[in-house]
Design a protein around this ligand. Sequence first.
Ligand SMILES: [Zn+2]
Length: 78
Amino acid sequence: MNITGFLLMDHEGEEIEADAHGSNIAFLCFDCGYPILASTLDEQRGSDEEHPSRCRSCGAGYFLDVRLHAEKLYIHML
Ligand SMILES: [Zn+2]
């Protein structure tokens, strides 16, 4: 799933600073600011609740919620 150009938001719908390219997105941990990488591809880290991306600094978990037709992406914390 290509998310380049999507509107990137946190779980509250606030637009965030992030870099989306192809099926990957880089953003900063909402808690500690450490860089996090996530993917929309099935079973890759961050793709869903069962496969979260973990912050390597503080351990916070994240997963992506893509709204394909609206071209929006929400990042949820576990
Ligand atoms: Zn963190």
